[in-house]
Design a protein around this ligand. Structure first.
Ligand SMILES: NC(=O)c1ccc[n+]([C@@H]2O[C@H](COP(=O)([O-])OP(=O)(O)OC[C@H]3O[C@@H](n4cnc5c(N)ncnc54)[C@H](OP(=O)(O)O)[C@@H]3O)[C@@H](O)[C@H]2O)c1
Length: 256
């Protein structure tokens, strides 16, 4: 149980750091002097980001790692490699995600499987690898990027995506309980709609937040290390309870 105020986590690994929220979180923590291990499949994007960050903040260390989180052996090896590069890891942000799903029984079966693999199995792989390192060090913080869509089942292109995020949130809550008496903390962050390329897959986005505002809220929530956060707080904290309680017929007309 995190009874003491969160410590400063100096060495942070971020997956999905080549774009969107992951790249912006990297910029925010670099500005604050943190050392970073940046992971994604597109190594060129990571190298460009590393070059930008080390020029702007010459005192930080940035390592880059080509990684597909669907590959559990690669996740294990890459997290160990990143820990060696930075002399350990204090925080892992499991952020990599896709939204390729569609209505079941139509033409989107492979997109649905890809979404399930990356968004759920990928997070499982990352949690296993991170917690192995944290248990060894008897310290660490795992943050998983879930979504407000985790709160209810959703229709059409959101159905598998929302189901994976519900799974990720349940996994994070279980890990938080499992590690209750340990020095390791776990956080599930639930962003609402954020203006990134991933969000173009969402058919009915409401209260879309700009990437800079969403990043500030996500980073602040991760720094607090609470088990669960809805971000940005306005409007998503206020909406979380009605989202859970509204009758399905009403909810589906609003949220899709
Ligand atoms: N945008 C929203 O409205 C929203 C709302 C709630 C939650 N989220 C969550 O926030 C996270 C970040 O999303 P975003 O909006 O920033 O999307 P984004 O701009 O599309 O970025 C997604 C990142 O994930 C990486 N990625 C995807 N599949 C991967 C894989 N198999 N292995 C490793 N990296 C992979 C991508 O890098 P490569 O292609 O280089 O691998 C990219 O860096 C996701 O988990 C998403 O579900 C987003």
């Amino acid at each position: 149980m995190p009874a003491t105020p969160p410590v400063r986590r100096q060495r942070i690994l971020i997956t999905g750091a080549s774009a969107g929220l992951g790249a912006e979180m990297a910029r925010a923590w670099a500005q604050d002097g943190r050392d970073l291990a940046l992971c994604a499949r597109r190594l060129g994007e990571l190298e460009r980001l590393r070059d930008e960050l080390v020029v702007a903040y010459p005192d930080i260390r940035v390592s880059v790692h080509a990684l597909d989180v669907d590959d559990h052996a690669a996740v294990d090896a890459t997290f160990e490699e990143a820990a060696s590069a930075l002399g350990g890891l204090d925080r892992v942000v499991a952020n990599a995600g896709v939204a390729q799903s569609g209505s079941l029984g139509l033409d989107d079966a492979e997109g649905n499987r890809a979404t399930a693999r990356t968004n759920f199995l990928g997070v499982l792989h990352q949690a296993e690898a991170a917690l192995r390192i944290f248990r060894r060090a008897e310290s660490g913080h795992l943050a998983v990027i879930s979504s407000m869509s985790a709160l209810r089942g959703m229709a059409g292109p959101m159905s598998v995506y929302a189901a994976t995020k519900a799974g990720v949130s349940a996994l994070a809550e279980g890990l938080h309980s499992d590690l209750w008496d340990s020095p390791i903390t776990v956080t599930a962050v639930h962003p609402g709609y954020v203006s990134t390329s991933l969000a173009t897959a969402f058919p009915q986005p409401i209260f879309m937040t700009s990437l800079p505002r969403a990043t500030r809220a996500v980073v602040a929530a991760i720094e607090r290390e609470a088990p669960r956060a809805y971000v940005p707080a306005w409007p998503w904290v206020a909406l979380a309870l009605p989202m859970r309680l509204l009758p399905l017929g009403v909810y589906r007309r609003i949220a899709g």
